[in-house]
Design a protein around this ligand. Structure first.
Ligand code: TTP
Ligand code: CA
Length: 387
């Protein structure tokens, strides 16, 4: 155990990105992946779909049914429906099973994804979104490297997703990105897998190499040709043997991945393109004054972020999550960029006023977003130039 812990510490030392100042804590890295994301969002919006096969479709428009499946819920997957399958084929497989075929609404999923990433960002030390419904995170500092604490954080992230969004997710936690990603894959759907540092190598050893992040069918068959089938066998292979077959970089990566010692740090998300804050209202309401009042800290914090990053914005969007968990948004775009609190608050109040008249239901949660940020490029290039 000590040897593994020690190696983890030395590896993470210069590379521990998000938790400077505490160099000897074992790394605690997580990976979160929302379950059947687009289809689950549709189920949340329309709970009567639960129990039915739900297929989110990208219609090409050529004929009524031409196009492919974007994703499907687990009920539809039971009948072999999966992402990328032609819609016609999915319909055949679900004949007589009362399927619901839904047109993909990318913008809607993106609004929800952005909100989720913002929420997650507030719960962890460093968040690195890697797709519309997945992200790596680092919680070394907030758990002080303690894996029992990490398990509790994993549980509370899962509960927050259910409470705030009505969505289930899968989480993996371990000492590296590869281990965390493998954990979330194994925990699907809806689970939490915590792989403590001491048991990482014995945990990985019996698994097929194809389970490793970045190991696709081509690499798997190349490894098989070398007589390597399990991660444990890969871990015992000599570096020169792997490097001569896969090159120095990928060969080295394979060995690190197989021992769960890949040291890649979790890097905070890219330059923001928007700032937003969302709150759960003290009571369900659609009174615009009450809503904007409860967002006063949130709008202030948006302003602080704008000021500290030297940015102004062109668009204000208000977001309301109604009592049935459906999401409604309304936006206003200015002709020229602005950066003052009054523009945010007054515009948001007017937009909430409009939204409350058309929403049809009370708001459970409410948020404000500013986007169309300006001043980013100028500042970055200048500071980079000076550096
Ligand atoms: P995934 O996370 O790969 O899949 P998923 O969330 O639907 O299911 P799982 O429970 O297995 O994680 O992709 C996230 C979203 O990206 C998915 O909901 C829809 C979209 N997507 C496509 O549009 N086309 C595709 O081929 C894939 C794989 C995903
Ligand atoms: Ca997913």
């Amino acid at each position: 155990m000590d040897e593994i812990q020690d190696r983890t510490c030395r590896l993470q030392n210069p590379l521990n990105g998000g938790h400077q100042g505490t160099p000897f804590l074992p790394r605690v890295i997580g990976h979160i992946d929302l379950d059947y994301f687009y289809a689950q969002v549709e189920e949340v919006e329309n709970p009567s779909l639960k129990g039915r096969p739900v297929v989110v479709c990208v219609f090409s428009g050529r004929t009524e049914d031409s196009g492919v499946v974007s994703t499907a819920n687990y009920k539809a997957r039971e009948f072999g429906v999966h992402s990328g399958m032609p819609i016609i084929q999915a319909k055949k497989r679900l004949e007589g099973r009362d399927p619901k075929m839904i047109r993909m609404d990318h913008e809607k999923y993106e609004v929800i994804s952005n909100r989720i990433m913002e929420e997650l960002g507030q719960m962890v030390d460093v968040l690195e979104p890697t797709g519309i419904d997945e992200a790596f995170f680092d919680i070394t500092n907030s758990t002080a490297g303690d894996y029992s604490q990490a398990r509790r954080m994993g549980e509370s992230i899962k509960s927050a997703m259910i409470k705030n969004e009505g969505l289930t997710c899968s989480i993996g936690i371990g000492r590296s990105k590869v281990v965390a990603k493998l954990g979330s894959d194994m925990a699907k759907p809806g689970g939490l897998a915590v792989i403590v540092p001491e048991t990482t190598e014995p945990f990985l050893a019996p698994l097929d190499t194809s389970k490793l992040y970045g190991v696709g069918p081509k690499t798997t068959s190349a490894l098989e040709e070398m007589g390597i089938r399990t991660i444990g066998e890969l871990a015992k292979t000599s570096p020169p043997e792997l490097e001569s077959r896969f090159g120095r970089k990928f060969g080295g990566y394979l060995l690190e991945a197989a021992t769960g010692t890949d040291a890649d740090p979790v890097v905070a998300g890219l330059e923001p393109t928007q700032f937003s804050r969302i709150v759960t209202l003290r009571r369900d309401t659609r009174d615009p004054k009450e809503v904007i009042g409860q967002l006063s800290e949130g709008t202030q914090s948006i302003l602080t972020k704008l000021t500290s990053s030297g940015k102004s914005f062109k668009t204000v969007t208000v977001i309301a999550i109604l009592t049935d968990l459906s999401t409604k948004t309304k936006s206003k775009t200015f002709e020229t960029a602005v950066s003052d609190l009054t523009s945010i608050r007054e515009t948001a109040a007017a937009l909430f006023d409009e939204l409350s008249r058309t929403a049809g239901k009370e708001f459970r949660r409410a948020g404000v977003r500013v986007s169309g940020l300006e001043g980013v490029e100028d500042q970055t290039s200048l500071s980079e130039f000076l550096r």
